[in-house]
Design a protein around this ligand. Sequence first.
Ligand code: SRM
Ligand code: SF4
Length: 579
Amino acid sequence: MSEPGKPSPVESIKDQSRFLAGDIGPEMVDANDHFGKSSEVLLKFHGTYQQDDRDVRGGAVVEDGKKKKSYIFMVRTKIPGGKLTSRQLLDELDLCDEVGNTTLRITSRQGIQLHGVVKSNLKQVINKINDTQLSTLGACGDVNRNVMCCPAPYKNNVYRQTQELADKLAEHFAPKTKSYHELWLTDSVTGDKELAGGATDGDGFDVEPIYGKFYMPRKFKMAIGYAFDNCVDLYANDLGLMALTDGDRIIGYNVLAGGGMGVTPSAKKTFPAVAKRICFATPENVLAVTEALFKVQRDFGNREDRKVARLKYVIANWGVEKFKAKVEEYFGGPLLDPHSDDVHGFNDHMGWDEQGDGNWFYGLNVENGRIKDTEQVRLKTALREICRTLTPGIRLTSHQSILFTDIRPQDRKTLEKILRDHGVKLSEDISTVRRWSMACVAWPTCGLSITESERALPGLLDQLEVELARLGLSAEKFTVRMTGCPNGCARPYNCDIGLVGKAKGKYTLLLGGRLLGDRLNFIYKDMLPEEEIIPALVPVLLYFKQARTSGETLGDFCQRKGLDDLLAFADRSAAPAPA
Ligand code: SRM
Ligand code: SF4
């Protein structure tokens, strides 16, 4: 915890790190199975997290009277717009077998994570990821994170332009330090050689033109989507660029700012927020507007208390008007008001769709993004076969799923056959509720998890599917998102049904967000034991069935009725019938 007025300890680690080099080099080759505290912070900027296997923590080896952790590393690849080749996916799959825990994870921001890497293999892993023309630099840490963009591969000007913008933003805001290259991509690291990283005595803007030596106060997240398709959850990002189109032309972007999910329930000063509508940017000035806004957060984000360091707190403290005025000052001129259009559609891009060039793409729902082989479902092997035989383009979605692109009409059947032969359900065979759900990683790797999430959601959905079928609601489209702690990595605060781990085996149940992602949900029940989650939802679903207006969605219904009415109905339906 930092003292008021004093920069947080992470700020001095960045300051003294010589642009993220720190002591990672010497520590990489020492005899320990883990890095020291400062390196642990700096490693995040390089795309890796030092973790320990929490399934074995309780029974870990005891050495010198102390429990010894079983150290492992998560390695995250940053993939702008989730776009990669078959070769790149094959290489990541090979890595997870050779040096990981034999699984890969598609993240909620279109990235890929390897889990269970040991320290002695870390350099080899990051090196290989770079060999395949991907990078882990800035996948974590106080920098611009993976830039999300609608992954649909339609061959038209609009989709081409947004993908190009995602690449441009990713490149523009990537850290420029030499330390990444020196540490992971050369042989120069030895125990006694200190890396330069890009040493300078000044403020560092000559080395890091956008960041300087202190980088950002906290992580910063950008996404590009459309008013007619908000599949990237624009309102949950620090910066959302909502493309407005006229035919096959992008006329500009509504700039949304200050979205963020993370909250610490015990700290009243923290809260989740959906982004505010700030201004309109043209295709010509969108990069300059983005840079101005980014620099306002760089210079005014809180550097003393990391709990309130995200952009949402600057905007909450100042108000939209003052914030916009400051962005205008950095931009060097007035900015237009946002266009009246707003998000009104959402497409998860699952199933078959034509690309517009005679070829097709197929969206495959991957439950919670986990790619693995089990006895019944051999998804990892199926992906390998698809990549080797059909060599499709690959796009990852912000719902932890995968698109195979550029499939020739004559290959559609082959793709489906490969999936079926390996026991993989096609998206069409997955229930609507499962298809629109997601869970964060949580146990056993996430050091912050309080409850299960990825391992708990499938079982809860089994029960929910039964209840929905019983009520005749199986075709209803709504989002269920679960996380193992309040940090919100699966974006549980703007969906229809949010489940957030609060204490061991207990969850907060939230209702009233919606697929469009443009409003927060509210707490319906707190500290709910896992086994009471579905029973608590049943009266809500029953009330929805009985009292919804025509075409009303579950989230809209819960929002209209409100907490007290929903609770009163649940009480009434639980009360024994009068004798
Ligand atoms: Fe996250 C931290 C996993 C998307 C908010 N997140 C973590 C860490 C690194 C835990 C840690 O700090 O020790 C988790 C690693 C777990 C593991 O074992 O792999 C983790 N976050 C993930 C992923 C893998 C979840 C997933 O299942 O897909 C997502 C990786 C995305 C990527 O490729 O970059 C992931 N995290 C998100 C999102 C969703 C989004 O960005 O759209 C959010 C909410 C949006 C936001 O940022 O507000 C999110 N993660 C957090 C926070 C809370 C931040 C805050 O402002 O309070 C933390 C904790 C922190 O930063 O202190 C966190
Ligand atoms: Fe870990 Fe919490 Fe994020 Fe889940 S929400 S991955 S438990 S930090």
